[in-house]
Design a protein around this ligand. Structure first.
Ligand SMILES: Cc1cc2nc3c(=O)[nH]c(=O)nc-3n(C[C@H](O)[C@H](O)[C@H](O)COP(=O)(O)OP(=O)(O)OC[C@H]3O[C@@H](n4cnc5c(N)ncnc54)[C@H](O)[C@@H]3O)c2cc1C
Length: 481
């Protein structure tokens, strides 16, 4: 297949990090960029879908870390665009813990279990901080290890959920992804809400990156070949750990080792639609917990009445092994399991769900995870290595954000940082080329006025650095030297 004209930069992936990278490049005059996206849409892990009569967020749902010391740029964009959001108050969830017979645990027991889980987490952290496994093990007070269903449930909430600062749930029919369309609109040609710019190519699955000191050749699954001076790769850490993209020459060992060291988190929100609501609503009731002897078994629930009143939708969140298990079975089986759990909590006469939606992030070969999960106390070297460019290939995405990995704003900020680094490299290239061109311009002038032998001696007189001859950059035949 005919190669396309070369681009200055190819961005692989049109999620938040890829699009924010592309936007910064475009704002800095890089017009000949190209975005290659494997799926048939932009947004990546920000994705809405119609369920019942409303839009639900299969991927990122919350704008996190709002109201902290630093402002969250994604929150600022959301406010500017008038995205509808609801504050999520998780603080009461621990007082809505149901046992398998539908009784709510008394608040005293819940508070004790919560305190125990927090103490255990602090103890683990101290052990890790001391950076000594033996010491960490010696310090562990095994009476704090979660054992009972309520302890397991609280341990799950504390460890498998990242709740950072104030969180606002996006509850807007246009979806969280509306932010990305608006971002794209600022630098890509759009009409009637559709992106029509041929610098964005959808359904282009990148399978190979061949790189050298002069540039990168990108090959896609459909046999297309694209050339660029630089590549920004925004595929998730799960994709980097898979064999979807191969590198020629292969990535160095320090890079592949760092990629392998990063844990991936699978996080699955299962949506269930009911003919009417049978769960308590009102202040402090949005989140509720199911305590089961199997950790993480349909533990964390949310009703969507605050986001979409009258929608009659419940959401239950599963993670890691439970997510993978549910992804591999039919939705009917999952629905049956969820109904048993709900009947445990609310009695046998509740109605069956009329619809279910189970996203499959783990089995999506363009994701292979929900987000990166660095250990709480982690050596910055791993993240620095994951982020570091290899030749002309630059890495971006939420997993390259030192401070906000796992979050949409982490992806957004990472995209900006990466494109700034690429722009810096391009400037260096330009300066280098500028020097070469100056020397090149001298050549015809000299040819007109001097013989070649004179030219050499003349150049020596002009004091052109000798290494330029030696590298052949003046175009003077080596024989003369
Ligand atoms: C279920 C779930 C819940 C979440 N909840 C929240 C939340 O509440 N708040 C929050 O802030 N964050 C949340 N996150 C995390 C957030 O969604 C991500 O951090 C962020 O969207 C990642 O953006 P990104 O650009 O780094 O990656 P992505 O969005 O994954 O973008 C990468 C793009 O690259 C494409 N791609 C991959 N491989 C190739 C290839 N070979 N060729 C071409 N293209 C390729 C992919 O299709 C994708 O579009 C959640 C994520 C999930 C999945």
């Amino acid at each position: 297949m005919e190669p396309s004209p070369p681009s200055s930069v190819i961005i692989i992936g049109a999620g938040v990090s890829g699009l924010s990278s592309a936007k910064v490049l475009a704002e800095n005059g890089i017009g000949d960029l190209l975005i290659l996206e494997a799926s048939d849409r932009i947004g990546g892990r920000i994705r809405k879908e119609k369920f019942g009569d409303v839009s639900v967020e299969l991927g990122a749902g919350w704008i996190a870390g709002v109201g902290g010391k630093e402002s969250n740029p994604v929150w600022e964009i959301a406010v500017k665009l008038g995205l509808r959001t609801c504050f999520s108050d998780y603080s009461n969830a621990r007082y809505n813990i149901y046992d398998r017979s539908g009784k709510i645990f008394p608040s005293g027991i819940a508070a004790d279990s919560y305190k125990k889980a927090v103490d255990s987490a602090i103890q683990k952290l101290k052990g890790l901080e001391s950076n000594c496994v033996e010491d960490a093990t010696n310090r562990i007070d095994f009476t704090l290890t979660p054992k009972t269903p309520i302890e397991l449930a609280i341990d799950f909430i504390l460890h498998d959920f990242e709740m950072a600062g104030k969180e606002f749930l996006v509850a807007d029919e246009r979806g969280y992804e509306y932010l990305l369309y608006k971002m794209a609109e600022e630098f890509l040609f759009t009409s009637e809400g559709k992106i029509l710019d041929n610098r964005l190519k959808l359904n282009k699955v990148v399978r190979e990156l061949q790189h050298s000191r002069n540039g990168v050749t990108v090959r896609t699954e459909d046999g297309c070949v694209y050339e660029a001076d630089y590549v920004i790769l925004s595929a998730s850490i799960g994709v980097l750990q898979s064999d979807l993209i191969s590198f020629r020459p292969p990535l160095p060992r320090w890079k592949t080792e760092a990629i392998e060291k990063c844990d991936v988190m699978v996080y699955t929100k299962i949506f269930l639609k009911f003919p009417y609501k049978f769960w308590p609503c009102g202040p402090g009731k949005e989140f509720f917990i199911y305590a089961h002897e199997r950790r993480g078994y349909y533990t964390f629930w949310q009703h969507m009445e605050n986001a979409y009143p009258g929608s009659n939708i419940l959401v239950v969140t599963l993670t890691n092994d439970e997510s993978k298990r549910v992804e591999s079975q039919s939705d009917e089986e999952t629905l049956k399991e969820a109904m048993v759990v709900l009947r445990d909590m609310f009695g046998s006469d509740i109605p069956d769900a009329t619809d279910i939606l189970v996203p499959r992030w783990w089995n999506n070969r363009f994701q292979r995870c929900s987000y990166s999960n660095y250990p709480m106390i982690s050596n910055n070297q791993v993240i620095n290595d994951i982020k570091a460019p290899v030749g002309r290939i630059f890495f971006t995405g939420e997993h390259t954000s030192e401070r906000f990995n796992g979050y949409v704003h982490g992806g957004h900020l990472a995209g900006i940082d990466t494109s700034k680094a690429v722009l810096e490299e391009m400037r260096k290239d330009e300066r280098q080329k500028g020097k070469q061109n100056q020397n090149f311009l001298l050549e015809p002038l000299l040819a007109l006025t001097l013989t070649q032998a004179d030219a050499v001696s003349g150049l020596h007189k002009c004091d052109v650095p000798t290494q330029l001859y030696l590298s052949g950059k003046l175009g003077i035949p080596e024989a003369i030297l």
